[in-house]
Write a protein that binds this ligand. Sequence first.
Ligand SMILES: Cc1ncc(COP(=O)(O)O)c(C=O)c1O
Length: 358
Amino acid sequence: MIFHSKPTLNKEDSSAVSRVINSGYISQGEAVARFESELAEYIGVKGGGAVSSGTSALHLSLIALGVKEGDDVAMPTYVCPALLNPINYIGANPLLIDINPDSYNISPADLKKKLTKKTRAVIVPHIFGLPADIKDILSIGIPVIEDCAQSVGAVYNGKKAGSFGHCAIFSFYATKVMTTGEGGMVVSNSDKILEKIKDLREYDHKPNYMVRYNYKMTDLQAAIGISQLKRLDSFISRRRNIALAYSKRFSELEIAIPKVYTEREHIYFRYVIKNRVKGQGSRVKGLEEDLKFFEVNGVKCMRPIFKPIHRYLKLKGFPEADRAWNELISIPIYPSLTDGDVKKIVRVTEKWQEAKVE
Ligand SMILES: Cc1ncc(COP(=O)(O)O)c(C=O)c1O
């Protein structure tokens, strides 16, 4: 069985961890500080604050931007609950926005339509590794948290995703583009935001009391992060090569493939295909049937988003997110896939397509 996703680890990563263990200092220390400055430099921003996860990075970012109980925070509905949770931790209200049907990213038009007087921030994920319409969103004038959990290394108009907003967050969960096991970071050009993140992530040795958190990253994790960052560009180019191979064959088969934008450099954290032929209505029983087909043929595919947020909250009125949820299949794409794996995935997709054509 070819897994849907997998971490990309090697001996350099394990040696980096061994060095930290041998140093005898394993909690937040020098390696964390180095990882912060190296990632910030890679993204092209002033600095970073490493934390325990993408979720804690979002939580602290909302606090640092001054979001309070009762405020509205805009976010797309076609994401995982990791965006909703931190809004709820604060007691703010999620303002759910539909997506653009071509990029699957937050729709600037729907955002403009739904904006309230109480909207204090918008979380903008660059979903599947493709940058969102960030220029359009910035022009609205509300504080932007870029969510780069799926898009470290993606580029919009020559600049890295994560360098546009008031701040940006990253996740280094096991199967993300680069990993520290679990982990996250906030990067920003604002000293004020960075100071706040670094203050709130640890609770001890402070002159005053206020509610703070234990959201620290350890040097063990940061050592893996530094080691992974050295290979990040090679991870991304392998992802792009696999995507190219998929796109070439799938367009011959008339399978709807990810749209290419000239101003955006996709890193293909996810490669999604549609369970219908271009321009035609759905001809299948349902996505579960398609996923089962791939699985019995030895390729694990998934919905790229398990369930849109509005479906958890039993809300209606998000037609594009519903369509994406009904149509999109995420096929395996990660650096450790061999050329043989890629060929097998293409073969099974061809078989699936043949089976679907009436
Ligand atoms: C877009 C997005 N934002 C945030 C997160 C949360 O990251 P973490 O799992 O590190 O808390 C994820 C994780 O899957 C994600 O996909």
